[in-house]
Design a binder for this molecule. Structure first.
Ligand SMILES: [Zn+2]
Length: 512
C-alpha cells in the first residue's frame, strides 16, 4: 500500500526536500515534507512517525464524495475525529469518530484540518469590461486554491458597474460557465440610481456598496450624506445592507504638491486616518437615523474609528465592520520608495495602528476579514517605476488570505475557531448565506477546505493564480497550505488540479 502523508512532524534536526521513501513494516510512506531525525534514527522517532501519520486520501477532482472522514474536523467549535455524510451536495449526517464501514467515494483527510469553506464578500472580479485586470475564471480559481468556496463580487471596476438589474444580468452572463466556486453579487449605490435599488434586491443582490469619496472609477461616482439618506430609506424593510467605502475628502491631497510622491509617507499623509474617522461619523449619524437598516464598513484601515464603532454596537445598532489581510499583516514602515504593489485605499498604516486593529479583532469590534482583492494590469502599478501618486491603488490576495491571517493570528494569540468565525461564519452572515454556508452541520452545503496549518510555503510567482501576479506578498513565507477544496460535495481543487467550473450564482431573490 502507498500512503500520501502530508503532516508528519517528528523530532527533527534537518529538513529533506526530496522525495523520501521510508519502509515501515508493510507499508511505504511517501512524502515531500518529512522532517525526521536522520543523523541517529532511533526507535522513538519511528514510533512517533507511526503515531502521527495517517492516510490522507483525496479522490481526483470532479469526484462527488459520499463521505468525508478525518482526525481533525472542525465541528462544534473544535477539532475532532469525525465523519460526514454528503447527499446531493448537502451535509446529511455528522458523527464523531472514524468511519467504521466500507463505503465508496470516501475522502479521508487524515491529519489535515477540515474546516467550512471560506467566504470572501469583498472581491473585485472586474469582468466584464476590465477582464484584462481579472476575470471570473481566474479569480474563482485562485479563490478555490485558497480554500474559499463562496465569493461576492463588488459592483465596480467592471464595465458596466452593477447599478441596475440590466447591468447585473450582463455581469451574470459574463460569469456563466466560468465560476469554480459559488458567487454572489453586490449592487452599487450611485447618486442617480435609487429607483434601481429595490429591483436589484428582488433580483437577489446581497446588498449595496457606496463610496463617500471618489472611487477611482469615473463611472461609479460617490454619494453625499443626503444621497446616503435616500438610499437607506429605499432599503428599509428589505433586510439588505448598505456597505460604505468609509473615507471622505478632508484635504490631504495638497501633500502631493509639496512632498515627494515616491515616498510612502507622502501617500499616507494624503489619506490620513481623519478621512476614515469623518466617514465613520457620517455613518454613525445615518445608522442612528435609519435604525433598522444594516450598515457595513468595508476595509477598515484606521483604529481611530474603533471607539465610535464600539459605541454604535453597544447601542445595539446593526453595524458590521470588516478589515483585510494587508492591514493586519503589512505595515507602512516596511514600504520602500515606489513599491506601488503596496498601494491601496485606504492605505496600509503604521505598525502601532495595526496592533490596535488586532485588538479590535479580538474584542469583536471588527467582525470579519475579507480580501478586498483588487488587481490591475502590471502597467498601472510598475513598482519601482511609477510613484505612489501615479500608480493604481489595489492589492491582490484572494488566494492567500488563509495563510496570511493564520500565520499572523497565531502571533496575536487567536485560535482556529477565530479563523472560522472571521473568514467564514461572519462573512456568510453578512451575505445572508448563514443558513447554507460556513458550518459543518446537517443541512448545510458540503463546502470544505482541507489544509495543513503547520506547513510552510513561499508565495512565488509560479503558484499565483490571479490573472495579474503582482502582489506585495511575493517572496514571503507563510504557514498554512491549502491541499484541497470541496464545493457542495465535489472535489474542485486538489493540490494544483481543478475540476471544471461548477459554481452557482447565489441570489437571495425576494418579492417586495
Ligand atoms: Zn474594494
Amino acid at each position: 500500500m502507498e500512503y500520501l502523508c502530508n503532516n508528519i512532524n517528528v523530532i527533527h534536526t534537518s529538513r529533506i526536500h526530496n522525495l523520501v521513501h521510508i519502509f515501515l513494516s508493510d507499508f511505504i510512506l511517501f512524502t515531500r515534507q518529512l522532517n525526521i531525525f536522520l543523523a541517529a534514527p532511533n526507535q522513538n522517532s519511528f514510533v512517533s512517525l507511526k503515531m502521527s501519520c495517517s492516510s490522507t486520501k483525496i479522490p481526483d477532482v470532479e469526484t462527488n464524495i459520499h463521505w468525508l472522514t478525518g482526525n481533525r474536523i472542525f465541528i462544534n467549535g473544535g477539532l475532532k475525529p469525525a465523519s460526514i455524510k454528503i447527499e446531493n451536495g448537502k451535509i446529511s449526517e455528522v458523527k464523531e469518530g472514524p468511519l467504521s464501514d466500507k463505503f465508496e467515494n470516501v475522502l479521508d483527510a487524515g491529519e489535515l484540518v477540515v474546516m467550512p469553506g471560506l467566504v470572501d464578500t469583498h472581491v473585485h472580479v472586474n469582468e466584464p469590461g476590465r477582464s484584462e485586470w481579472e476575470g471570473f475564471w481566474t479569480a474563482t480559481q485562485a479563490a478555490a486554491a485558497g480554500g474559499i468556496t463562496t465569493l461576492v463580487d463588488m459592483p465596480l471596476n467592471s464595465i458596466p458597474s452593477t447599478t441596475t438589474v440590466e447591468n447585473l444580468d450582463i455581469k451574470m452572463k459574463a460569469a456563466t460557465g466560468k465560476c469554480h466556486i459559488d458567487v454572489g453579487f453586490w449592487g452599487g449605490v450611485m447618486p442617480d440610481n435609487e429607483n434601481s435599488l429595490r429591483p436589484m434586491v428582488e433580483k437577489g443582490v446581497i446588498g449595496f456598496k457606496c463610496f463617500l469619496i471618489h472611487s477611482g472609477i469615473d463611472d461609479f461616482p460617490s454619494v453625499n450624506e443626503e444621497q446616503v439618506d435616500r438610499a437607506l430609506a429605499e432599503l428599509k424593510g428589505t433586510g439588505k445592507i448598505l456597505a460604505f467605502h468609509a473615507e471622505v475628502d478632508c484635504g490631504g491631497d495638497e501633500k502631493w504638491a509639496t512632498d515627494d510622491p515616491s515616498v510612502y509617507r507622502t501617500f499616507l499623509q494624503t489619506r490620513p486616518s481623519e478621512m476614515e474617522f469623518q466617514a465613520a461619523e457620517m455613518i454613525n449619524r445615518m445608522c442612528r437615523k435609519h435604525k433598522d437598516v444594516k450598515c457595513h464598513i468595508v476595509h477598515l484601515s484606521t483604529a481611530s474609528s474603533l471607539p465610535l464603532i464600539a459605541k454604535l454596537k453597544a447601542d445595539g445598532l446593526p453595524l458590521t465592520v470588516e478589515t483585510c489581510p494587508h492591514y493586519l499583516t503589512l505595515n507602512a514602515e516596511e514600504i520602500q520608495n515606489n513599491r506601488t504593489e503596496f498601494k491601496c485605499c485606504p492605505p496600509i498604516r503604521e505598525a502601532d495602528n495595526q496592533s490596535k486593529l488586532w485588538e479590535g479583532i479580538k474584542s469583536g469590534l471588527i467582525d470579519m476579514i475579507v480580501s478586498d482583492h483588487s488587481p490591475c494590469t502590471a502597467d498601472l502599478k510598475q513598482p519601482g517605476e511609477k510613484n505612489f501618486q501615479q500608480a493604481w491603488g489595489g492589492i491582490s490576495s484572494v488566494q492567500f488570505g488563509l495563510p496570511l491571517i493564520w500565520t499572523n493570528m497565531k502571533k496575536n494569540g487567536l485560535q482556529l475557531h477565530d479563523l472560522c468565525r472571521l473568514m467564514a461564519e461572519h462573512p456568510a452572515k453578512l451575505a445572508g448565506f448563514e443558513k447554507i454556508k460556513a458550518k459543518i452541520a446537517v443541512g448545510f452545503d458540503a463546502d470544505f477546505v482541507l489544509w495543513n496549518p503547520d506547513e510552510e510555503f513561499e508565495i512565488t510567482e509560479n503558484i499565483i493564480l490571479h490573472k495579474n501576479k503582482l502582489t506585495p506578498y511575493k517572496g514571503k513565507t507563510y504557514s498554512g497550505r491549502v491541499h484541497s477544496t470541496i464545493l457542495r460535495g465535489k472535489v474542485i481543487y486538489n493540490n494544483g488540479k481543478f475540476a471544471t467550473p461548477n459554481g452557482k450564482f447565489l441570489l437571495t431573490e425576494m418579492k417586495l
